[in-house]
Design a protein around this ligand. Structure first.
Ligand SMILES: Cc1cc2nc3c(=O)[nH]c(=O)nc-3n(C[C@H](O)[C@H](O)[C@H](O)COP(=O)(O)OP(=O)(O)OC[C@H]3O[C@@H](n4cnc5c(N)ncnc54)[C@H](O)[C@@H]3O)c2cc1C
Length: 435
């Protein structure tokens, strides 16, 4: 085992991607392997939190104890192209795993809007993409190797310690440190990507059919414009075509300019945006799945996303748009609408049935209190469950009512971490009734 001291960094200020969460861990540890992590944690001050890419908007990774990074623990450890499965470093980033898995003839079945996240960070919060028949990333996990609060290395799956495995699939880092994950994959595939603009009314009347007929379908509504952009992907055998560099960041900055120029003057903002839509060309390209599914997002924002029952989602979207266009001229980021298949994971927001996700964003420099005062009540009335990594105000008593197996998760958590080594004040509000 290598010297462990060189892998400890003291007094670092840590911030998440958008900068809305700040912490000062007493130490940050970055072990080279599982044995080293095991040794480091024997004396590490708690609470112990693992961080992936720090892309969650809630204080999930914040600690004044020990922050653990698994970035040095490799990529693909073993791959089985027959079984279409691989064991990987749970801390590896999705954007590094995709090409590495491609070299083994394997690919993720689906991805979210970005691929900067770590695998364990993404699965621990039920990160999802879009697709009527495509489940969240957590549903692709088959087994984990984890380090427990007590310092034991454990392998869990459907066949071994099944309760712990089920809890680990969406765990918010509260069950153990996921060191390796076995994931279910597919053979590499190309996608045909199309993007186009159209009035919101047309999108809403076609959305259900598009979700049913297209592999991946989502839309972004542009506030104050009456228009949205649709994105569709379908599997194809056609070879890749050239793809111009993405102008998504410029487009978002253009929306900011419209906001800064016209503000609450709705007619002139609509005119300004109508000009931009008239020039919108859209995309029609073929490419490798992971390169087309995930984008880069460089204009920082904060976000609230709720996963809503299909019956109520589009009415809730209408309420959200009405509120924003009446009361919030500062909002310019698109509202994103996606669909994810159901699963049976204890803390997956998609457990029980597929859901439609509606996400509202605020520029990172703007305040976002209205998420809690005005958007969240709409989502809650519609029967929504919050994305675990995005802003929400729910606590133990709310969550217990949203998840039939919530108490079962809490029982496993208490059994696995009786002394609360992984628990911060924030996590206690989620998992302990008395917090
Ligand atoms: C620009 C942007 C775009 C996004 N797009 C999407 C999207 O399209 N779809 C979507 O669903 N979400 C999306 N998200 C949210 C994001 O996917 C989740 O918040 C995800 O959890 C972030 O992964 P991460 O690696 O940064 O994890 P972190 O935020 O670092 O950690 C998340 C949780 O996982 C735990 N964790 C991390 N590693 C481990 C480990 N090895 N063992 C145990 N626990 C661990 C942490 O302790 C924490 O509780 C987006 C976020 C941003 C900032």
């Amino acid at each position: 085992m290598a010297d462990t001291q060189e892998n400890i960094e003291n007094t670092t200020v840590w911030t998440n991607w958008s900068g809305n969460q700040v912490a000062q861990p007493a130490q940050v540890v970055e072990p080279a392997d599982a044995d080293q992590l095991q040794a480091l944690l024997k004396t590490a001050p708690g609470p112990v939190r693992v961080v992936g890419a720090g892309h969650s908007f809630t204080p999930l990774a914040c600690t004044d104890g020990t922050l653990v990074r698994l970035d040095r623990m490799g990529l693909v450890h073993s791959a089985d192209s027959e079984k279409k499965a691989a064991w990987v470093n749970a801390g590896a980033r999705l954007k590094d795993l995709s090409p590495a898995l491609g070299a083994h003839g394997l690919a993720f079945r689906n991805l979210g809007d970005i691929n900067a996240q770590s695998l364990a960070g993404a699965t621990s919060t039920a990160t999802h993409g879009t697709g009527e028949t495509l489940a969240c990333l957590s549903a692709e996990t088959r087994a984990f190797r984890l380090l427990t609060a007590g310092g034991d290395l454990l392998t869990v799956s459907n066949d071994e310690d099944r309760d712990v495995f089920e809890a680990c699939r969406v765990s918010l880092g509260a069950i153990g440190i996921l060191i390796e994950a076995e994931i279910q994959l597919v053979a590499p595939y190309n996608l045909h990507r199309r993007t186009w603009a159209e009035p919101l009314g047309e999108i809403l009347s076609a959305a259900r059919t598009r979700w049913q007929s297209l592999r991946n379908y989502e839309f972004f509504y542009i506030p104050f414009s009456g228009y949205g952009i649709s994105i569709a992907h379908e599997e194809t055998d056609a070879p890749a075509t050239p793809r111009p560099e993405s102008d998504d960041d410029d487009a978002v900055l253009g929306l900011k300019r419209a906001r800064d120029y016209a503000g609450g003057d709705a007619p002139s903002r609509r005119d300004y945006l109508a000009g931009a839509f008239a020039r919108f060309e859209g995309e029609d390209v073929v490419g490798n799945s992971w390169q087309l599914l995930a984008s880069e997002r460089n204009v920082p924002f904060n976000e609230m996303e709720y996963h809503l029952p299909q019956e109520t989602a589009l009415d809730a979207l209408d309420e959200v748009i009405t509120y924003i266009e009446r009361e919030r001229p500062d909002v310019f980021f698109p509202i994103e609408v996606r669909k994810t298949a159901g699963d049976d994971i204890w803390l997956s927001p998609f457990s029980g049935a597929g859901r439609i996700s509606v996400a509202v964003h605020a520029f990172a420099e703007d305040e976002y209190d209205f998420f809690f005062s005005h958007i969240e009540p709409i989502f809650r009335r519609a029967g929504g469950r919050p994305h675990w990594g995005k802003l929400h105000s729910l606590r133990y008593r709310d969550l217990r009512d949203l998840y039939p197996l919530f108490e079962r998760f809490c029982d496993v958590r208490r059994r696995m971490d009786p002394d609360g080594r992984f628990m911060t004040p924030y996590l206690r509000t989620l998992f302990e009734p008395e917090a």
